[in-house]
Design a protein around this ligand. Structure first.
Ligand code: ADP
Ligand code: MG
Length: 245
């Protein structure tokens, strides 16, 4: 089903001390939609992602997933985190667990899946992201691109409703960027709802339904990728694009 709101942010405000990092953020992400968030460093993109996953609290406003407001704490919060998959710039895999264990752990601990079923699912997901043969290795034995694909498989293992990617390719050597973007493109084609913070404009053009341009804690522009890249409306966006394109 597409066209119905899955993630909704209404009048979201967040300060870090005197820094007003999210200012009246209003954003609706529909089921199956791919939203790319771009903008200058320090603009609040990571804070926005972290707020949706409740890794950051907000000062005021509302965030809801699938019509339900974000829970404050406890078991409900663990369930929410399972519904909102997150992939970070720094892969954040458990270093002392094998690749397979990285992908089974959350299923067993949070979802209550039995070990054998969790392993079957993990192997299938590892195959899907192209690292099936690495299952018994430790993260440090993998390339950055492989580690990031494991991180994606780990998030998918929780059967999330939405996936958040915060600069997933920024820490990768250039030759590994595409293998990760290709996995993300495939996910998008499969209908996953995705929020992707990235500087990869090729990905934004080819995979996004919508581009959200954020600067200084605000959503400055929001439009279809073609429109945004060929005809940005604000000086702030024009200036940003002139520096990166
Ligand atoms: P972006 O991801 O767009 O680069 P961030 O959301 O990481 O922006 O940061 C927005 C602003 O908030 C930056 O000025 C950053 O230094 C500040 N900031 C982020 N996290 C914290 C924190 N935990 N405490 C204080 N300031 C923070
Ligand atoms: Mg960031």
């Amino acid at each position: 089903m597409t066209g119905s709101a899955l993630v909704e942010l209404r009048h979201v405000e967040k300060h870090f001390g005197t820094l007003h990092v999210l200012q009246d953020i209003n954003l609706t992400i529909d089921r199956g939609e791919v939203v790319v968030v771009i903008g200058p460093s320090g603009g609040g993109k990571s804070t926005l992602c972290r707020a949706v996953n409740r890794l950051e609290t907000i000062d005021s406003g509302e965030i809801s997933i699938d019509g339900k407001p974000l829970p404050e704490e406890g078991r409900e919060l663990a369930r929410l985190r399972a519904e909102v998959g997150m992939v970070f710039q720094s892969f954040n895999l458990f270093a002392h667990k094998t690749v397979l264990q990285n992908v089974t752990l959350g299923q067993i601990k949070v979802r209550g899946t039995d070990k054998r079923s969790a392993e079957v699912r993990a192997r299938s997901l590892l195959d899907r992201v192209g690292v099936g043969s690495q299952a018994d290795k430790y993260p440090a034995q993998l390339s950055g691109g492989q580690q990031q694909r494991v991180a994606i498989a780990r998030a998918l293992a929780m059967d999330p409703k939405v996936m958040l990617f915060d600069e997933p390719t920024s820490a990768l050597d250039p030759e590994m960027v595409n293998e990760v973007l290709e996995v993300m493109r495939q996910l998008a084609r499969d209908g996953m709802t995705m929020v992707v913070v990235t500087h990869e404009m090729g990905f934004a053009r080819s995979a996004a339904n919508r581009v959200v341009f954020m600067a200084d804690g605000r959503i400055v522009e929001e439009s279809a990728p073609d429109e945004f890249f060929s005809n940005p409306r604000t000086e702030r966006a024009k200036d940003f694009l002139s520096k990166i394109l």
